[in-house]
Design a protein around this ligand. Structure first.
Ligand SMILES: CC(C)(COP(=O)(O)OP(=O)(O)OC[C@H]1O[C@@H](n2cnc3c(N)ncnc32)[C@H](O)[C@@H]1OP(=O)(O)O)[C@@H](O)C(=O)NCCC(=O)NCCS
Length: 193
């Protein structure tokens, strides 16, 4: 098994590979191929593959957003999961993020993949999205540790510090903020300066 940057010739195949795992029902893509390819051409070091002989068995794709790198897609072939390949891919990815002088990695994860990221030293954050016309007047006086607040077209987004995954707190935040969506994000910081 080898870990290496994905080549221009292989990137389309790597994209089809991750879609087969992450989007098996072929729903409308969250991040279209054109966006993947544009980012690959700009920062190919954030597109890394694991290969067994010449077959692709794992990928990680990253996207630069100012000071952060968004880990957008991460997938290992079913037959190769839980063999330490994801861990190796993430290490290579983190090395390249540091080389690019970016301050942190952020990603959204669901289900059992959450434990994978916690295991690798990522810290969870509550990401709360509220439609602008549903934002409560006292939203900034509630008892939450808001790290960052951004406004996005028709929604307000809050990044809230939490100590651990806590589904009760997640549900409570949804109610308290009148949010239409609350998910866990995971972050690893490299900004120790
Ligand atoms: C989640 C995924 C990327 C992990 O990759 P992997 O190669 O299977 O993981 P590794 O074998 O490198 O595991 C690294 C560590 O995380 C832990 N881990 C991995 N998958 C886990 C899971 N599903 N639940 C709990 N812990 C997990 C392992 O125990 C291991 O820790 P250890 O070395 O201390 O035992 C992979 O299983 C996958 O592609 N899953 C399907 C798609 C997916 O969910 N992608 C993530 C979208 S955000």
């Amino acid at each position: 098994m080898i870990i290496k940057q994905i080549s221009k010739k292989e990137i389309k195949n790597a994209d089809l590979f991750q879609q087969a795992i992450l989007n098996p029902n072929k729903c409308k893509r969250f991040r279209p191929w054109s966006v993947v390819y544009k980012n690959f051409l700009r920062n190919p070091s954030l597109f890394i593959g694991a290969y067994d002989k010449n077959k692709i068995i794992g990928i990680v794709f990253g996207y630069i957003k100012k000071n952060k790198v968004l880990l957008g897609e991460m997938a290992i072939s079913n037959d190769y999961q839980r063999k330490g390949i994801g861990r190796k891919l993430i290490f290579e990815f983190e090395k390249n993020v540091k080389k690019l002088n970016k301050k942190y990695i952020e990603l959204g994860a669901f289900g059992s993949a959450q434990n994978f990221y916690l295991n690798l030293g990522y810290t969870p954050i509550l990401f709360v999205q509220i439609y602008k016309n549903k934002v409560k007047k006292n939203y900034n006086k509630l008892n939450y540790n808001v790290l960052k607040e951004t406004n996005y077209i028709d929604a307000k987004r809050l990044f809230i510090k939490i100590d651990k995954l806590d589904d009760k707190l997640k549900q409570k935040a949804e109610k308290d903020f009148n949010a239409y969506n609350v998910i866990y994000l995971f972050r690893k910081n490299f900004d120790f300066g």
